[in-house]
Every structure is written in structure tokens, then in C-alpha cells.
Design a binder for this molecule. Structure first.
Ligand SMILES: C[S@@+](CC[C@H](N)C(=O)[O-])C[C@H]1O[C@@H](n2cnc3c(N)ncnc32)[C@H](O)[C@@H]1O
Length: 403
């Protein structure tokens, strides 16, 4: 016979009433962190979702709403890195200001008793001079509040534990803020990527290039240098109106105040709104078998295998597919091509091929040397620069002239 598991009795703190008052009823302020440069695109995504109070600033976008607004943002934003809930935003002159603010947070609705917690502190010309002490003050305020209610204090998160709850303290000159991470692992981790492959494009950058080019799935799409398939897979998710976060978990799902029914409802709604298949062709080509196999595996894991056609083809000799449509690419760069001169020559050849075989197509390119944009011969329509893995990349969108 199975023994019934006896759980330690949780003190009766009337959690539901506390959650209602502190977490469910109020309008919260949120901040979606983006790679610098991608803020306007992320703000446009938020506006399309109907989120309120959307205000792009350097490094991210503010918005406001009930808890469900953060659920929606995590589920749907293709370009954000994470979504923060602002718990407190205050003027700080001395340590007591931080102590008082941290003590006023109803930690019992946000933190699971005894669960790992990481406090990240960023100070920029702040009146608070010592990040170790900031961490101590905030942790002991949370522990004291939980202990008063008979609940266990958070435990320190192990280094590299991506599942641990993060709390961010930011001090900038005379202001400071306490924010709770709602996302967990970085949002570009959609939950579908198989291991392996070299130089995959990050998913948020891939989505940014597609959105910069106005891709909505209605025109044919070609990635002739597809590698592990990120651009084609992100395109298929967009074309089918599938949420980028539909296959992963989020930090908010572990909060005591999590509204599981509302979350399930949002996910079910997303499922109902998705198209059964992409409305127009999505074609991914590469001249090597290995990346193509990986791209196919990734597409299957992402649930879009039937939406993308994979072909082993050389860009310089394969005929263009039916079009015109949108051609997107993340050309090889740096060491993979040998010298800088070889990389430049490759870009030059790409430009010649685009002009010869793809007149009338639109083209979106990830560039590591913006000064080479001219080699492609595009009639430029939009461009933005964003950092990526220590490099500054430029996303460029234009049309290929009909000569
Ligand atoms: C930087 S990777 C693309 C990475 C891809 N965006 C991803 O997310 O994984 C460039 C790819 O271009 C392919 N490639 C290079 N020259 C090519 C050519 N002439 N025809 C087709 N593919 C080519 C390489 O095999 C490589 O997989």
C-alpha cells in the first residue's frame, strides 16, 4: 500500500486574500529588457498585443497592467530578453530608505518559502555604494517578513541555476528600484533548440530581423544560408501566429500568487488563434548536410516541420524559388571564412547573386560589418544596430533593385 505523503503544515496566512490585494488587483509596472537597439521593435510588439503604458527607453520597454499582462508579454514577445515586475521604485538617500522599502514588500505573495533566490545588484553612481550590503539588506528584509508569518526564508541560489528566482536591485544616482524577474531563463531560449551547430543566430535577433522587414507570413520566405534554421523557424512561428514562449516554463509559474487558471486560459487562447499551417512557402537552404539535418531537427522540435521545406543547395547556383518574397540571411563571418578579405569577397558575391537572380525580392541581412552593406546593392529601407555575443551586429532590410 502506498503511504500517504504528509506535508508539513503550511501556516494559515490567508494567502489568497493577500494575493488578491497585493498581486491580482493592482496595476503593476513592468519592464521588458531588450538588447539595446531593439527597443522600438519590442514596443511595436507590445502595442500589437494591446499592452498599456508602452514606453521604450534605452535597454528596454516599460508597460503596465495586471499580472496577466506579464503572462502575455512572456508568452508572446519575440524580441524581449526578460520581463521584470517593478516591486518598488524610490528615492534613496541613505541605507534606511532601502531597508524601509524592502521591508514593505509583501514577499509572501512573490517568493516561494525556502526556494532558491538570487539577488542581482547594479549600482551606477548610486548613493548606495556597496552591492554586497544591498544584497544583505534586501535578503534579510525578505527573510524577516517571511519568518514573521512562520514561512521559511529563501535559500541562496547556486551559481548558474537558471531556474532560481532572481530579484534585481538597481541604484542609479538618487533613485533605486527592486524588481522581480517574471521570466526565468532568457526569453530567447524558446525551448526547442537541439544541441550542436555553430554560430546559430539568437532567436530574438532572428525575430527582430523578420519584424524589421515587416514579415507576417503572407509572402514566400527564403533563407539560402540557413545553418541551424533559426530564421526559418522563427518565421514559421510568426506565420502561424504561434507564441514563441508556448514551449517553455517561466519564473512566475512558481510564485505563490500565480494564477494558474488565467495562465492556462491565455495559452489555450493562443492555441485557438494559431493557423494550422503557414500561409505561404518557407524555404530553408544550406550547401552542407550537417546544418540542414540540425535545422530539420530544430523545426520538428519547434512543431513547425511541416511549414518549412529544407533543401541542400548552393546559393550561388540554385535557382530562386517562386517569388518575389522575402530573402533573409545571416551570412558566415569572421574566422569561418578565413581572412577579412575573404569575408568581404563573400559579401560581394552575395550581392552579385542577389542582383542577378532575385530582382524585386525584399532582403533582410545580419551584418557584422555595416560598412559592407553597400556591397549587397540593396535599396535600403530600415536598419538597426544591436549587440550580439560581444559583437555589434547590424540588421538591414531593403529591396533588391530590378535592373
Ligand atoms: C552563420 S551560418 C547561419 C546560421 C543560421 N542563421 C543559424 O541560426 O543557425 C551560415 C551558413 O551558411 C552556409 N553557407 C555558406 N556558404 C553557402 C553557400 N554558398 N550556399 C549555401 N549555404 C552556404 C553555411 O553552411 C552555414 O551553415
Amino acid at each position: 500500500m502506498r503511504q500517504a505523503v504528509v506535508k508539513p503544515a503550511m501556516p494559515d496566512i490567508n494567502l489568497e486574500r493577500r494575493c488578491k490585494r497585493q498581486a491580482w488587483a493592482p496595476t503593476h509596472r513592468f519592464f521588458a529588457v531588450t538588447a539595446p537597439g531593439l527597443e522600438p521593435l519590442c514596443a511595436a510588439e507590445m502595442a500589437a498585443l494591446g499592452l498599456a503604458g508602452v514606453e521604450p527607453v534605452s535597454g528596454g520597454v516599460h508597460f503596465a497592467g495586471r499580472l496577466e499582462a506579464a503572462y502575455q508579454a512572456n508568452l508572446w514577445l519575440r524580441i524581449a530578453g526578460r520581463v521584470l515586475l517593478r516591486l518598488r521604485d524610490f528615492r534613496v538617500r541613505r541605507w534606511e530608505d532601502l531597508e524601509r522599502q524592502a521591508a514593505s514588500v509583501p514577499w509572501e505573495v512573490w517568493l516561494t518559502p525556502g526556494a532558491p533566490l538570487r539577488v542581482q545588484v547594479a549600482l551606477h553612481q548610486s548613493n548606495l555604494k556597496h552591492s554586497g550590503r544591498v544584497e544583505e539588506v534586501v535578503l534579510s528584509a525578505a527573510a524577516a517578513r517571511l519568518a514573521e508569518l512562520g514561512l521559511d526564508a529563501p535559500t541562496p541560489a547556486a551559481a548558474g541555476d537558471e531556474q532560481a528566482q532572481s530579484l534585481l536591485v538597481r541604484g542609479q544616482e538618487r533613485r533605486a528600484s527592486l524588481s522581480l524577474d517574471t521570466s526565468g531563463p532568457h526569453l530567447h531560449k524558446r525551448g526547442w533548440r537541439a544541441q550542436g551547430g555553430t554560430a546559430p543566430l539568437r532567436e530574438d535577433l532572428a525575430a527582430a530581423l523578420l519584424l524589421l522587414c515587416g514579415y507576417d507570413g503572407s509572402l514566400p520566405l527564403l533563407d539560402p544560408l540557413c545553418g541551424a534554421g533559426t530564421l526559418a523557424i522563427e518565421a514559421a512561428l510568426l506565420a502561424r501566429r504561434l507564441p514563441p514562449g508556448g514551449q517553455r516554463g517561466f519564473a512566475f509559474e512558481n510564485w505563490p500568487c500565480h494564477r494558474a487558471a488565467a495562465w492556462q486560459h491565455l495559452k489555450a487562447q493562443a492555441g485557438q488563434g494559431a493557423l494550422a499551417s503557414a500561409p505561404a512557402a518557407i524555404l530553408a537552404r544550406d550547401h552542407q548536410a550537417r546544418p540542414l539535418a540540425l535545422a530539420q531537427e530544430n523545426a520538428a522540435l519547434a512543431g513547425v516541420a511541416a511549414d518549412v521545406t529544407f533543401n541542400r543547395d548552393d546559393f550561388f547556383t540554385a535557382p530562386p524559388p517562386a517569388g518575389p518574397g522575402l530573402l533573409v540571411m545571416n551570412p558566415p563571418y569572421g574566422k569561418r571564412l578565413g581572412s577579412v578579405r575573404q569575408a568581404r569577397d563573400f559579401m560581394d558575391r552575395l550581392g552579385q547573386r542577389l542582383r542577378a537572380a532575385y530582382p524585386g525580392w525584399r532582403c533582410g541581412v545580419v551584418l557584422y560589418r555595416p560598412e559592407w552593406a553597400g556591397l549587397l546593392g540593396l535599396k535600403e529601407e530600415a536598419r538597426l544596430a544591436a549587440p550580439f555575443g560581444g559583437l555589434k551586429v547590424t540588421l538591414l532590410c531593403g529591396s533588391i533593385p530590378r535592373e
